[in-house]
Each structure stands twice: as structure tokens, then as C-alpha cells.
Ligand binder design. Structure first.
Ligand SMILES: [Zn+2]
Length: 255
């Protein structure tokens, strides 16, 4: 490669990285429901569409929906009670609460735009108030727009990586589309924000927020010495979260 050629490559590479960075900064907006500044490059309608599109596949991976209509209606009722009594009601999202047939995997998750799920394995260990804790946490992911934020992050890194690979003289290896990991992997900050919102939603809907701490204990016991990998990737250590949950209960109980 001639000397002038690699100089141009590095210049173009740096320009792409700079473009990615400027785009990221220009996509900063304040979440009206949490007050937190976020880098997001999609509308609420797009979030809803992504969630609705991914929901059947996610359900299928956990054995589809649990066949008992009564239990489905119960999960829906608890979820809707949380929505109707909180700021979630004022968001544009379409909340739906699904009980999954999977009786082996302890898990719960939310897709962007309002689709929330809990496996029967977890559901069967919970009281109503504890179910409200889990669903409040999942609604927190939706209101906090955590998936949209992860998607914007991954786009940033894709563009930045493209800049780096152009600079290095190799355009191959770029991946497109939104992977499941992007949708479901929440950072530690996301989990803590969802716990905090979950506590608030529980209090507003008339549930005992201390039951959120019981949820953490159940999760910890369920994980056991051999932690369930899915759970580990989406929900970090329950032990560390309990302290923060106590702080949230203090904060919101005094309001
Ligand atoms: Zn979570």
C-alpha cells in the first residue's frame, strides 16, 4: 500500500468515528418520565413496533404462553394496576403482560414499547405483591427506554468500529440488524433504575415495597451456586441490589 493511500484511509476512518460521536451527541434527549438524559435514535412508535415484532419469537423460546387463561388474566391485572397508578399511564407505550409456559427457567424481561414477560418457573414462586415487584421492575425498563438506549449504543459502536476498520484497511466483519442481546442485555445502571421505578410503582399501586426485597431473595436462592446464565446476563447480583432498593423505599415512602 502506498503511503498516501493509508493516510487517506486513516483520515476517512477518523472522519467516520467523529461522525458517530457527533451523531451520538445530537441524539441526546431527556426522558420526560425519569428526567435522565439518554442517547436514543428512535421514536416511541418504533420501540412499540420492535417489541410487537419480537414478542412471538421471545415467547416461543420459553415454550409459548402458559395455557391457563385465568393465570394470564391475573398477570395482566397486576401489571395494569401498576400502569394505571403510575407515570407509565402517561407514556405512549402499549403495555401487555404475558405468562410464559417455561417452568424451568427463572426469568422475566421486557421488550421495548411495553411487552412484558414472566416465566411460569418464576411466577409460581411469587405472591401477588412480589409479582407486582417483578412487573414493576419490567415496566421500569420500558419507561426508562433501556432497550432503545442499548440499540443506539450498539449503532454508535457499529459506526465507530466501521471507522476503525476502514482506517485499518478492512471493511469486512460488519454486522447488521438488532441482535437479541442488544434487546435483552441491560447494564447494571438499567437494573438499578428499574428497581427504583419498580419500588415507586409498587407504592403507588398500594403494594408493600418491601416485597421487592423478598423478590431479590427468591432470585438469589433460585440462582443457587450454579447460576442460571440467562438470568445472570440480564439481572446482576441480587445481593447488591437490596441495599439500593432499601434506599428507594426510604426515598419514596417519605414523599
Ligand atoms: Zn431487569
Amino acid at each position: 500500500m502506498r503511503r498516501s493511500s493509508w493516510k487517506i484511509r486513516i483520515f476517512i476512518g477518523l472522519a467516520i468515528v467523529a461522525f458517530a460521536f457527533i451523531q451520538k451527541c445530537s441524539n441526546t434527549e431527556e426522558n420526560p418520565y425519569t428526567g435522565r438524559s439518554q442517547h436514543i435514535n428512535m421514536s416511541a412508535d418504533q420501540e412499540i413496533a420492535i417489541g410487537l415484532q419480537s414478542a412471538p419469537e421471545m415467547a416461543q423460546q420459553h415454550g409459548g404462553l402458559y395455557p391457563d387463561e385465568r393465570l394470564q388474566a391475573f398477570v395482566d391485572a397486576v401489571g395494569n394496576k401498576l400502569v394505571q397508578n403510575s407515570i407509565a399511564r402517561e407514556t405512549p407505550y402499549q403495555y401487555d403482560f404475558h405468562l410464559l409456559a417455561d417452568d424451568q427457567t427463572i426469568n422475566a424481561f421486557a421488550l421495548p414499547g411495553g411487552q412484558c414477560f414472566i416465566t411460569y418457573a418464576l411466577f409460581s414462586q411469587l405472591t401477588e405483591a412480589q409479582l407486582a415487584g417483578v412487573m414493576g421492575h419490567e415496566i421500569g425498563h420500558v419507561v426508562g427506554r433501556h432497550s432503545a438506549e442499548r440499540i443506539a449504543d450498539s449503532n454508535f459502536w457499529k459506526t465507530a468500529t466501521m471507522g476503525a476498520t476502514v482506517g485499518a484497511g478492512d471493511m469486512g466483519g460488519l454486522v447488521g440488524g438488532i441482535g437479541q442481546n442488544t434487546l435483552l442485555t441491560n447494564g447494571r445502571g438499567d437494573e438499578l433504575e428499574s428497581d427504583d421505578l419498580g419500588v415507586l410503582f409498587m407504592i403507588q399501586a398500594g403494594y408493600d415495597p418491601y416485597e421487592m426485597i423478598e423478590v431479590m431473595k427468591i432470585l438469589k436462592a433460585a440462582a443457587g451456586p450454579n447460576r442460571v446464565p440467562e438470568f445472570q446476563s440480564t439481572h446482576p447480583d441480587p445481593e447488591n441490589r437490596i441495599e439500593k432498593i432499601r434506599e428507594s423505599i426510604q426515598k419514596y415512602s417519605n414523599q
